[in-house]
Design a protein around this ligand. Structure first.
Ligand SMILES: C[S@@+](CC[C@H](N)C(=O)[O-])C[C@H]1O[C@@H](n2cnc3c(N)ncnc32)[C@H](O)[C@@H]1O
Length: 365
């Protein structure tokens, strides 16, 4: 009888591609005590310090700065799309007067006049208000921005951005919106991403209150922790449909495609030039998914691909799955102008109900 030799199958040694850490996501559902909150805050502090010292942050900053340079150089208003120079006073006032035709907007203007320290009673009617604006139009650049935000903000769907174009002659980041961090109290990747958000706010000298955060999975404790940093927690699920009127960084690490698609849809046209999206590499999406799939599922991402300027993030952080596949995406005006005009007329609100695997949490209707 033949002897059998028992050979232990050798386990194939695989080289880990990144350092292995304990999985800290297991206490996801656990309720947080004050001591737990303090512990999370201490951990965030460590993440921030580590990140700040890292070569990753150095390179990351450079990539963001480079993207901003590209987009800011073409940002200055251009004729027809944006202009090189602010409009003259005589062009501005009719433009504002147009906007004043709506009562709601007029009320907002009155509120803004109050805000800028004008006597309220001088703005009781449209004419007075216009006179006030005409008088102050040269000097009150800051207050004027508030006015512009109010008028354009109340006309979100409108295509006339003439007033908006007037003011946007300089390019500086106004705020940072962060979607889809995940449970940073229990997940170390999300914690490093939150640390990066805090570093970005410091770097651009943006007040923490201009950092807007939302993820439907945030726990009450996590919202409380964000508030401890003076960050603003968005109260509702806007599904990424946020229109912006000033340069805004959208920090969306590893979010689902529909969230980017919704954001693009909501800013389709001139407003795209205000977006700086730090999130999943669009270029990699293009490589990974057949064009037909992108067209059917996320048509706005598909359509913008030829007109986006992307700077890849060098993924040299010690944990390779925190900032992998991330790029900084900007939409320079000069590039957007090359798109066929037809492209901007397509503006149907995205819907994902036909998809089986939906990567976004939507509002319950
Ligand atoms: C793949 S996870 C990424 C989590 C984390 N940033 C990471 O890199 O591990 C996608 C995140 O998007 C969030 N998300 C889904 N729908 C969202 C919405 N409507 N608004 C904001 N975030 C959303 C999910 O809750 C989830 O935390």
């Amino acid at each position: 009888m033949e002897e059998f030799q028992i050979v232990k199958r050798k386990r194939k040694k695989t080289k880990p591609s990144y350092k292995i850490r304990p999985n800290i996501c297991e206490d996801q559902a656990a309720s947080c005590t004050i001591a737990d909150i303090e512990k999370v805050i201490a951990r965030i502090k460590i993440c921030k310090e580590e990140l700040k010292e890292s070569c990753f942050w150095l390179k990351f900053k450079e990539s963001v700065e480079r993207s901003l340079e590209v987009t800011s150089s073409s940002y200055r208003c251009q004729q027809g799309f944006r202009r090189d120079e602010p409009l003259k006073e005589e062009e501005v006032v009719p433009c504002i007067t147009d906007k004043l035709s709506s009562l709601t907007i007029k009320n907002q203007v009155i509120e803004n006049c109050e805000e800028i320290g004008n006597p309220t009673n001088a703005c009781q009617d449209e004419d007075n208000c216009e006179i006030k604006i005409r008088k102050n139009v040269r000097d009150l650049s800051r207050e004027y921005e508030v006015l512009v935000e109010a008028t354009t903000g109340s006309n979100q769907e409108g295509q006339d951005q003439s007033v908006h174009s007037v003011m946007q002659s300089s390019f500086s980041v106004d705020s940072i919106v962060c979607y889809g961090l995940g449970n940073f109290s229990s997940c170390v990747n999300a914690r490093y991403q939150l640390a990066l958000l805090l570093l970005l706010l410091d770097h651009f000298q943006i007040a923490p209150s201009r950092g807007f955060c939302y993820d439907p999975v945030f726990t009450t404790a996590e919202n409380d922790i964000l508030k401890r940093y003076d960050l603003s927690c968005l109260k509702s699920n806007e599904e990424g449909k946020r229109r912006v009127y000033k340069p805004t960084i959208f920090f969306m690490p590893h979010c689902g495609k529909p969230l980017y698609n919704n954001l693009l849809w909501c800013n389709w046209g001139n407003s795209l030039a205000n977006l700086i999206i730090i999130g999943n590499s669009f270029q990699q999406l293009e490589e990974r998914f057949p064009s037909k799939v992108l067209e059917e599922e996320v048509p706005y991402i598909k359509a913008i691909l030829p007109f986006v300027h992307q700077v890849d993030i060098v993924n040299n952080f010690k944990f390779l799955d925190v900032f992998n596949d991330i790029g900084v995406h900007v939409f320079p005006t000069s590039t957007l102008q090359q798109a066929p005009p037809m492209m901007w007329t397509f503006k149907k609100e995205p819907s994902y109900s036909h998809l089986t695997d939906v990567e976004i949490i939507v509002n319950k209707s």
